[in-house]
Design a protein. Sequence first.
Length: 123
Amino acid sequence: MSAAKPIEIYQYPNCSTCRKALKWLDAQGVAYRSINIVDQPPSEATLAKVMKLAGVELRKLFNTSGQSYRQGDWKQKLTEISTADALAALAADGKLIKRPVVIGDGVALIGFRPDEWAQTLAP
């Protein structure tokens, strides 16, 4: 991972996992630009890029333990709607997205797993 360009991290300040992730980035000396995922959710195109770079299926982008997911009956909806419609819903409601989301030069990470982050991001 090149240190030249800071990574972008979409996070929610009230999320304890996001706070741990930011603390980890600071401790590792990883340069980043923090974006509030609720105020500025990633675009549909950015989410599609994250899916591709992270090599995950659509369902992995959803915060399955969040209120927006449960109240919106997304477990059922995901079996019925297109990928484009699901990405549009995620882009419209940052609380639906599993967080934090990291996007860097050719890499994307969803959720905070320190071992995975160390392999991918540590300088």
